[in-house]
Structures are given as structure tokens and as C-alpha cells.
Design a protein around this ligand. Structure first.
Ligand SMILES: O=C[C@H](O)COP(=O)(O)O
Length: 229
């Protein structure tokens, strides 16, 4: 099914406006939240140690096992439970790359299930770092995430040297689980044309830190390279 054309309003409605820089101060968080309300986004994604926050009508997304994913499943589950206690509405967990590269799909499913159980009733997204994976590994991650009860698969942390979201990876993810799970494109999205291409490829959510600049430049036709890195 061809997606509805992406307008600035759709983009803002489907964006997780993101601030995950490790040195973020309380003052920077406050300025970010003020900006988020002014921009008109519905959701913000911030580091778990910054929670709880004054929500001011926003939904709160946070991250677990971030950014490397090498944490034990029990640690990720604890982080997720704490995030929920701290008011998170959505949890974005990083999958263990060692399990993925070993093709241990039962292991991937088990850790996603552990976080799923710890974040019951909240939206769970699984970050797979698609830029560092083969298509077969992307498919394996998507299937394991679906089997474990995740709501979304998400391309990237935005902190991996391999890069961020690409049209190709989003297509593979959407072809595998689209229509049943959401697909969040994140990492390196810097302009409206890139967002449009990712949306056309099957993205249903964006993770972006450059939200304001993207909306301000919506009329421009310039494209940052596939993946934006
Ligand atoms: O999850 C979202 C990403 O960290 C955002 O990455 P970005 O800063 O490249 O937009």
C-alpha cells in the first residue's frame, strides 16, 4: 500500500523528537522540552537518567541498553521497568549485537521478551543498528522482535559508526514486519526529502534530533545522502 504523502504535520505527528547526547544538563533538557512544545511534536525521546520529567502534554520515549546493546537482558529489563516507573510511555531497547552477529535469534527473542515483560502496556521498539547488518540479519532481528511482542523495529541509535537510517534497510524491515509492527527510521535524518524517502519506503515513525531544522526547510528539495552520514 502506498503511504499517504508526508506533510510537515504528518512528520511532526510521527516524530520522536530526540535528545540523547550524554552530557545533557537539566537546563538543556528544559530548553529542549520548551522547544518541543513550541514545535508541536507529540513525543520526545530522552535519556533514562533524565526521567522523570514534567511531561507538559508530551509522551515520553526513553532508551534501554543504549547505545551499545551489550548489557545483559536482566539489566535491560530492570532499566525498562525503572523507566516505566519514571513515567516513560515508550521504551526503545538496543538489541545485543553479539547475539545478532552469531545468528542467535532465540537469544535475541529472549532479551526482547524480557524487556517486553518489564514494560507491559507501553510501546516497545527494538533498535537493531541496521547499517551494521546484512539483509538476512535485519530480517532475523525483525522476526525475533515480532515473536517477542515488540511494537516497532527501529533502524539505529544515531551513535554507531556504521551509520543511521537508510531507505534500503527501512524497505527490508517494512517488507518483513510492516503492517504488523511499526518501522522507526532514526539516525542521520537531516532534511525533509530524506524523511519523505524513508516514509515512502515504509517508515511509520522517525527518530530525529534535527526536527526544527527539517520542518523549517520543508520546501527545499536538497537531500542528505542515504543514511545521512
Ligand atoms: O533515536 C534517535 C537518534 O538518536 C536520533 O539521531 P539523530 O541525532 O541523528 O537525529
Amino acid at each position: 500500500m502506498t503511504p499517504q504523502a508526508l506533510t510537515p504535520e504528518h512528520f511532526l505527528a510521527n516524530a520522536d523528537h530526540t535528545l540523547l547526547a550524554p552530557p545533557t544538563t537539566a537546563a538543556e533538557l528544559e530548553a529542549f522540552l520548551v522547544d518541543a512544545v513550541a514545535l508541536g511534536v507529540k513525543r520526545v525521546c530522552v535519556s533514562p537518567s533524565l526521567l522523570p520529567v514534567d511531561k507538559r502534554g508530551l509522551e515520553i520515549v526513553t532508551v534501554v541498553g543504549f547505545p551499545s546493546g551489550v548489557h545483559k537482558a536482566e539489566v535491560k529489563a530492570f532499566e525498562a521497568a525503572q523507566a516505566v516507573r519514571d513515567g516513560a510511555d515508550e521504551v526503545d531497547m538496543v538489541v545485543n549485537p553479539g547475539l545478532v552477529h552469531a545468528g542467535d535469534w532465540a537469544g535475541v527473542e529472549a532479551e526482547v521478551r524480557a524487556v517486553r515483560e518489564a514494560s507491559s502496556g507501553k510501546v516497545l521498539k527494538v533498535i537493531i543498528e541496521s547499517a551494521s547488518l546484512t539483509d538476512e540479519q535485519i530480517v532475523g532481528c525483525c522476526r525475533a522482535s515480532e515473536a517477542a511482542g515488540a511494537d516497532f523495529v527501529k533502524t539505529s541509535t544515531g551513535f554507531n559508526a556504521a551509520g543511521g537510517a537508510s531507505v534500503h534497510a527501512v524497505k527490508v524491515m517494512a517488507d518483513t514486519v510492516g503492517g504488523r509492527l511499526g518501522v522507526k527510521a532514526s539516525g542521520g535524518i537531516r532534511d525533509a526529502e530524506t524523511a519523505r524517502q524513508l516514509w515512502a519506503a515504509g517508515a511509520t515513525r522517525f527518530g530525529v534530533s534535527a526536527t526544527g531544522a527539517i520542518v523549517a526547510g520543508w520546501g527545499s528539495t536538497e537531500t542528505a545522502a542515504d543514511g545521512g552520514y
